[in-house]
Write a protein that binds this ligand. Structure first.
Ligand code: NAP
Length: 316
């Protein structure tokens, strides 16, 4: 197939482009060329989607399949207009952040309520607006995307922390769910789905596991000896520990986002999503971090030790 990736130079778009090349497709990555490198074996076309004529460099080319990772509805509208009638199959990489209910476990993509769309709104609402513009495409709502190449440092935090061993500060309850997807599995599913002409709305994330299982499986895969101090969310909130990402945070989906960490993905599995073992993602991510390429966000070693000491002091 002739495949167009709008983006293709950052984590997810790059993985999709690389996967399409590996499966023998002719791949064009179209971006400004500011954020990163296109994968080997792809062609690069410079475009700027913030300019009215910004996609002109794609000329009158046709593509069997195109994938868009945009977050801004105006960019999506512009791309669909510029490429009208020239793309056989569209995939839009959306997010589980489009959902309005973050508390109810086990929700399904076909029935879960969405946020109100907002043109210039926050991330989730803007993604809903993007989805509306796409209409009948493959709408792939990704959950937390992890693995080598992840620029957010969230999964990287846990891998680096577990690799260090010892007593690990673990947030909230061990039975709370964790749900994520290796970026390479996401990319493989997207390319395969485009090959088959799949359309519709799907959550693209692996089945959930508990926090305890998540931490123990990753630690075992890294050959690391860890114990876990399960610390109340209220304590973490009182001490200003951030949720999800950034400095002084514990980047796991926390109790108020349980709905976002326990989605029913049976329809996606039935539609061909295969997920590699968590152990493989953990080991590959550690190799990537050790090679010096990956960021880590979360608590420093000293911050974690101080919080654990305060937790013990508070409990007497
Ligand atoms: N990370 C997660 O856990 C997570 C979870 C759920 C969903 N998602 C979704 O996954 C996707 C992530 O995509 P990604 O990793 O490829 O990263 P990204 O940061 O969304 O990449 C943006 C891409 O678009 C290009 N771009 C940005 N502005 C542009 C412009 N004005 N004109 C043309 N190209 C432009 C960038 O290259 P240049 O800067 O060079 O132009 C880059 O290749 C997003 O759709 C996100 O919403 C992520």
């Amino acid at each position: 197939m002739r495949v167009l990736v709008l983006g293709g130079t950052q984590f997810v778009g790059r993985a999709i482009a690389a996967q399409a090349v590996a499966r023998g497709h002719a791949v064009t990555c179209a971006a400004r060329g500011l954020s990163g490198e296109r994968p080997p074996g792809t062609r690069f076309v410079a475009v700027d989607r913030d300019r009215p004529d910004g996609l002109a460099a794609l000329g009158r080319e046709t593509f069997d399949a195109a994938v868009d990772v945009a977050r801004a509805p105006h960019q999506v509208r512009r791309a669909l207009a510029a490429l009208e009638g020239r793309v056989g199959h569209w995939t839009f990489v959306s997010s589980t952040s489009v959902y309005a209910d973050t508390e109810t476990p086990g929700q399904r993509a076909e029935t879960a309520p969405l946020l109100a769309p907002a043109e210039d709104g926050p991330y989730g609402a803007a993604k809903v607006a993007c989805e509306r513009v796409f209409g009948t495409a493959l709408i792939c709502r990704a959950g937390l995307i992890v693995g080598p190449g992840d620029p957010t440092g969230r999964f990287g935090y846990w891998i680096a922390r577990l690799a260090r061993g010892g007593e690990v500060l673990a947030p909230a309850a061990p039975e709370d769910p964790v749900q994520l997807i290796d970026g390479r599995d996401l990319a493989a599913w997207i390319v395969g789905a485009a090959e088959r002409g799949l359309a519709g709305r799907f959550d693209a994330v692996a089945p959930a596991c508990t926090r305890r299982t998540f931490l123990e499986r990753c630690a075992d895969a890294l050959g690391s000896a860890c114990t876990y101090a399960w610390v109340d969310q209220a304590f973490l909130d009182r001490h200003g520990v951030g949720r999800e990402s950034g400095p002084f945070s514990l980047p796991l989906p926390l109790p108020d986002t349980i709905g976002d960490a326990s989605r029913d993905v049976s329809a996606t599995i039935a539609a061909g999503l295969t997920v590699r073992p968590l152990e493989e993602t953990a080991r590959d991510t550690l190799h990537w971090l050790k090679a010096g390429s990956g960021p880590i966000t979360g608590l420093t070693e000293a911050e974690e030790a101080a919080l654990l000491a305060a937790w013990r002091a508070e409990r007497g």
